[in-house]
Unconditional design. Structure first.
Length: 419
């Protein structure tokens, strides 16, 4: 057996009461420091990663990864159309990195009753629309069915709007739209509520109502191949910037049958404030990790110094027997490894249990109007868990090198007589 490891095991796992008078409190404090530090780091990374993922998915659920619209459009939902042929649609659908493509059309309007009114955006979708996101957010009823052969007046509406106007599934309501802005000609449409969704993203919940794209085309007096734009979902979100740039240059030279220019933008360009804010959250994670590592590291340093001071007599004897400083330092590094390992086991246990409980039971709630989510999100994958543990172990052991240099200052002649 390795000599240094043998001595370290004897020292650390000693059961002699007189041999461990001061060590247990110091060891417990050091282990508790590592435990709390690692558990906090795991929770911090899981919560921040979960928060970013949930908010990002909600924004993408409403607007896709990439949107292709008319180059002349402004930020209003009253858009100028582009004309998309089946040939162009298939060309985009089979572009490398694209998972799904769907058409959409929007028109702003007003939902009004005797007591309340609310500006809304009627978003028309076709039979290719991917309902995966909204099925998860659906609170009542079901999603609408859009077929090419006929036009439906069914809609899904947010719970915010339903509560504001006292509506429920199967209720009918009227909405008003300006068909011609020059003459201010207003047209009314009656819709039937088939489903009620709630995302917690009030910025969108307050305005979006989803219906058949043919309804929006009629309100806008558009032809059958006219749309506000195309929404593209990609396979890998990490490649968003690269694919968005490729699409921008791929589409900018194309023209539709009316001579309109296509304008491709990523969801980051459409919502820069939200994604810049999410990017700043990474700074919070770094600060938390650094602070936790510092607190845990200095706690371990204090504990190891106490252990070294308690073992000065043993160190003196080993030096007198010819053991080198480097070998004795290795003994105490092994002891540090035992302490850090025990703290990491407890830290992983506590951190992962809390993550699992929150993930499945959503105990800790949030105010959706402030945080866009109704509960603290959790997203901890194996890669993040492995990186945190590897980093914590490596940095902790490196920090332990400093106190072991105290061993070289210990004089064997004095310490052998030390009790």
């Amino acid at each position: 057996m390795n000599f240094e490891l043998f001595i370290a095991r004897k020292v650390h796992f000693s059961k002699t009461a007189g041999d461990r008078q001061a060590t247990p409190p110091a060891v417990r404090i050091a282990i508790i420091g590592i435990t709390l530090g690692l558990a906090t780091m795991l929770l911090s990374v899981a919560i921040i990663a979960g928060f970013k993922k949930e908010v990002r998915n909600k924004v993408i659920g409403f607007g896709a990864h990439i949107q292709i619209t008319n180059f002349d459009n402004n930020t209003s939902y009253a858009t100028k159309p582009i004309f998309v042929s089946d040939t162009l649609f298939d060309e985009i659908r089979f572009f490398p990195g694209i998972k799904h493509v769907e058409r959409f059309a929007t028109i702003p309007g007003l939902l009004k009753t005797e007591n309340d009114s609310q500006g809304i955006v009627l978003k028309g979708i076709d039979e290719n629309f991917d309902w995966t996101f909204f099925r998860k957010q659906l609170k009542e009823g079901e999603v609408i069915t859009v077929v090419p052969e006929k036009t439906t007046t069914d809609v899904i509406i947010s719970r915010y709007l339903a509560n504001l106007f006292g509506l429920k599934c199967e209720d009918k309501f009227s909405a008003y739209f300006i068909q011609d802005y020059e003459s201010n000609q207003i047209r009314a449409r009656q819709f039937t509520i088939r489903g009620i969704y709630e995302t917690g993203f009030l910025e969108y919940d307050k305005i979006f109502i989803y219906t058949d794209i043919k309804q929006v085309r009629r309100l806008n007096n558009w032809e059958d191949d006219a749309v506000s734009g195309l929404e593209l979902f990609i396979v890998d979100h990490n490649q968003l910037d690269e694919i968005a740039d490729q699409f921008y240059f791929h589409m900018i030279e194309k023209r539709d049958r009316a001579g309109n220019t296509f304008y491709a933008r990523s969801i980051k360009e459409l919502n820069p404030m939200i994604f810049n804010w999410l990017g700043l959250l990474d700074i919070n994670v770094v600060i938390i990790l650094v602070l936790m590592m510092a607190v845990s590291g200095f706690t371990m340093i204090s504990g190891l110094l106490i252990i070294i001071l308690e073992r000065t007599n043993m160190i003196g004897i080993l030096k007198a027997l010819g053991q080198r400083n480097r070998s004795i330092r290795s003994v105490f590094l092994y002891i540090s490894f035992f302490l850090i390992g025990k703290g990491m086991i407890w830290g992983n246990g506590i951190g992962l249990v809390i993550c699992l409980i929150q993930y499945h039971f959503r105990i800790f709630k949030l105010n959706a109007s402030d945080y866009y989510l109704d509960a603290v999100p959790i997203d901890l994958n194996f890669t993040n868990w492995l990186l945190i543990n590897t980093g914590a172990l490596t940095i902790s052991l490196l920090m332990m090198l400093a106190p072991t240099y105290l061993i070289s200052k210990i004089n064997p002649a004095r310490t052998i007589r030390f009790e």
